[in-house]
Design a protein around this ligand. Structure first.
Ligand code: ATP
Length: 350
């Protein structure tokens, strides 16, 4: 596992070697990471990778089997959810069906025994913040999915928690609404400065929203980093493949080139076995390009602004390249022998 340098003075939450077993099953293994004050950290991974388990441990809804959790330097491992006081937005909206929008938002404030005028002010502010003015008196079933999710967000933010935990809050929404809600969440995060920890299995959602992303697979943390770091410099093959299309080429044993073509490799004299290049960094070679890897076009898929070319190297490995249909050149036909190139700096060792 690779993680970024320790987040130091602004660290708010820290997990140290946290593990969770359900019976004999290891749902989480040895997870260590820090969340800085005001971060938007996404927990990203395939279904069953342990994201929700980690979120429930952070919130205090489950107890870790091993390891420790800290909040502002204090050991919070044994604290209840209430003692931690984090806000939580679930996958389903979990609104009270018999209460109005305003009553739903007011509910946690009433539990906290805030004064009537404080509650009234906060509810009004929250309703406005999430764009639900005019809907205060409606019950949840009279609202669209997006509106219900806004109520859930407003309810979780009403008492100004230091940390908001969100578990796939937009999974039930259609694509357009999802995009709108993502924009809104970004705005809320920017305006409030609250720390957000956000579970998603959607790579694009994580890349678009997060200050950093923690990638999980089979209960293990694979990498933590900014969106561009995890996308452009993935720590391992799982992360590279999970975050998007990727070309992975075997390095020749003897010559340290690829498929019999000597090349400048990304890390000098390192003993790695594969070179990886994202398709958007690969293009057809011009005469003057230093890297010229021969390949044959196996298939061409027209996608409007671009065509996706599927290529095969002389070593029989597949490659994917996006060809810009807006340029002066025609995309090569299937069967054509071509040469591809990329900047050494855009490739990385795996
Ligand atoms: P998804 O995106 O599907 O929600 P996830 O990454 O959030 O997946 P978790 O819900 O954390 O995954 O589950 C991780 C693993 O732990 C899964 O194999 C799941 O079946 C198992 N698991 C989770 N909760 C329990 C439980 N209470 N008892 C037994 N096994 C559990």
């Amino acid at each position: 596992m690779k993680s970024e340098a320790r987040v130091t003075d602004t660290t708010q939450i820290e997990a140290r070697s946290v593990g969770k077993k359900f019976g004999k099953f290891n749902a989480l293994r040895d997870v260590s990471l820090q969340v800085a004050n005001g971060e938007f950290l996404s927990l990203l991974g395939p279904s069953g990778s342990g994201k929700t388990t980690f979120l429930t441990l952070l919130g205090g809804y489950e107890n870790a089997t091993s390891g420790k959790l800290f909040l502002d330097g204090q050991d919070m491992t044994g604290w209840t959810a209430k003692q931690r006081g984090f806000g939580m937005v679930f996958q389903g909206y979990a609104l009270f069906p018999h209460l109005t929008v305003a009553e739903n938002i007011a509910f946690p404030l009433k539990v906290q025994k805030r004064s009537k005028s404080d509650i009234k002010d906060r509810v009004a502010r929250m309703v406005e913040m999430v764009g639900l003015s005019g809907h205060e008196g409606k019950r949840p079933r009279a609202l669209s999915g997006g509106q219900q999710q806004r109520v859930a967000l407003a309810r979780a933010l009403a008492y100004e928690p230091e940390v908001l935990l969100l578990d796939e809050p937009f999974s039930a929404l259609d694509k357009n609404l999802r995009g709108q809600m993502q924009e809104e969440l970004r705005r809320l995060h920017r305006d409030l400065g609250t720390t957000f920890v956000f579970v998603t299995h959607d790579q694009e959602e994580a890349l678009a929203l997060s200050t950093r992303i923690a990638i999980f697979n089979h209960g293990e943390l694979q990498q933590v980093g900014t969106p561009d770091t995890v996308y452009e410099r993935p720590a391992n093959r799982f992360t590279a493949e999970f975050l998007g299309d990727i070309n992975i080429l075997s390095v020749d044993d003897s010559s340290r080139g690829i498929a019999g073509t000597p090349l400048e490799l990304p890390v000098n004299a390192a003993s790695f076995e594969h070179v990886a290049i994202r398709p958007e960094h690969m293009r057809l070679a011009d005469a003057g390009d230093a890297i010229q890897l021969p390949a044959t076009v196996r298939d061409r898929v027209y996608l409007g602004s671009k065509s996706r070319l599927l290529l095969e190297t002389r070593a029989g490995e597949e490659l994917m390249l996006y060809f810009d249909n807006g340029g002066a050149l025609q995309a090569p036909e299937p069967g054509a022998d071509i040469r591809v190139t990329w900047e050494t700096g855009d490739s990385f060792a795996l």
